[in-house]
Design a protein. Structure first.
Length: 333
């Protein structure tokens, strides 16, 4: 991975727009790309980055719903077949021919990017560019929590891993009426404090207290109704299995980057409903923008660092050490 001066300027197709990037965040999957652990198809050399917002600066000849100056965020899935069963049921995130910004097509770690006009979604007036750049991870969390898992009012929801995805999942679960308990390690102290400020009923540092005991009183000894595994760590997966009650729900949100081992037999013994989650679909984007516009999700407290593009290596190192929550790159010219 390196910085390059890309001099060629892509000519717009009739239904494309060019967006000048005003804010872009580093995703955990960008770290997997850096370590060559990503299992999502890529076509290098490619400019990575897929969490962004910006201003429309040029529109194709056939674009009618967007004009120069519109403030937008962008759906990374820029190509799909449109014919498979997943596309026909709006699960475009699972299309086997899916192509995304930051993987196949040049993404947002640059002054501008090009995407189909249908993928550029206008930001609500109350949502600034930095908030708007977090629409993509929030849409992932809406898809995982609301669309795939399902939270009932009063459910006890354990969130394993208080990174940006975990803290967004926490807030979505709370918006759905769930009571949340957030689990982290000693290096997550500042993140756990943030989880508490964002409305967690309890936060647990598993290096200092026994994780299961923290749920006994809150769950009458049964365990969590729902566990959202957001750490992408093998120990997090095992903890999630241990925390969920019999006939509870376990949704894997974090990506491990490689095969792992954990006690899968407990899925049978506990009759757990296990769900995986990948990316997001259009309905999750609409709900995410609604939640942001209505102020139901707080994103500003998650933004901990902003680095110059030239300092990307330092930013990745800080992210990997768990010293921040959501890190941004400044890609302005």
């Amino acid at each position: 991975m390196e910085i390059r001066e890309v001099v060629e300027r892509k000519e717009l197709e009739p239904e494309e727009v060019r967006v000048e990037i005003r804010a872009t965040g580093i995703c955990g999957s960008d770290l997997h790309i850096f370590h060559d652990e990503i299992q999502i198809p890529m076509r290098p050399p490619v400019i990575i980055g897929h969490e962004f917002s910006g201003e429309v600066v040029e529109v194709g000849a056939a674009v009618v719903d967007l004009v120069q100056g519109d403030r937008v965020t962008g759906v990374p899935t820029v190509k799909r077949c449109g014919e498979c069963r997943y596309c026909r049921t709006d699960f475009i995130n699972l299309c086997p021919k899916r192509e995304s910004l930051g993987y196949i097509h040049n993404g947002s770690f640059a002054p501008s990017t090009v995407l189909p006009a249908r993928n550029a979604l206008k930001l609500p007036e109350t949502v600034d560019y930095r908030m708007g750049a977090l629409t993509e991870p929030l849409a992932c969390c809406v898809h995982a929590v609301t669309e795939l898992t399902g939270i009932s009012a009063g459910d006890l929801v354990a969130v394993v891993g208080p990174g940006a995805i975990g803290l967004l999942c926490q807030q979505v679960a709370q918006a759905e009426g769930g009571r949340t308990v957030v689990f982290g390690t000693k290096r997550d102290r500042h993140r756990l404090e943030l989880a508490s400020r964002l409305g967690a009923e309890r936060v647990v540092n598993i290096d200092e207290e026994e994780a299961g005991e923290s749920l006994v009183e809150l769950s009458e000894g049964y365990g969590a109704d729902v566990v959202l595994e957001c750490s992408g760590h093998p120990g997090g997966a095992q903890l999630a299995i241990d925390l969920v009650r019999r006939q509870g729900k376990f949704t894997q949100v974090g990506l491990f980057g490689k095969p792992i081992e954990f006690d899968l037999e407990q899925i049978a013994y506990k009759e757990i409903r296990l769900t995986g989650s990948l990316g997001q679909k259009p309905s999750a984007w609409r709900r995410a923008l609604t939640l942001l516009g209505a102020g139901r999700i707080e994103t500003e407290p998650l933004i901990s660092h902003q680095f110059a593009l030239e300092d990307w290596s330092t930013a990745f190192s800080v992210f990997e050490k768990g010293e921040g929550v959501k890190l941004f790159l400044d890609v302005a010219r």
